[in-house]
Design a protein. Sequence first.
Length: 92
Amino acid sequence: MIYAQFYQRAVWPAGTTEIVEGTGDRSVIIIDGRLRHDTIGKLAATECANRGYVAWRIFKGDSFTQARPISCIWYAHPADTVRDPVWLTAHN
């Protein structure tokens, strides 16, 4: 299973810039593992922005509880990062 986990800004303490994993069914999307790596990155980036989250990360494993991150955390808005969301192309 491959999925994207979305992140949101922490609300405590006030004014923090930390991000935390989102919760609920909108904070994760399961991705078809047959997709190209660059397509997975673009899909995650688009859904992250559409759902109002600030960042995303790709995980892979047999289940949610056994999955491990296979990417770093990527920010949905260009002002938050200088990285290109097509990160997986380097891992082909």
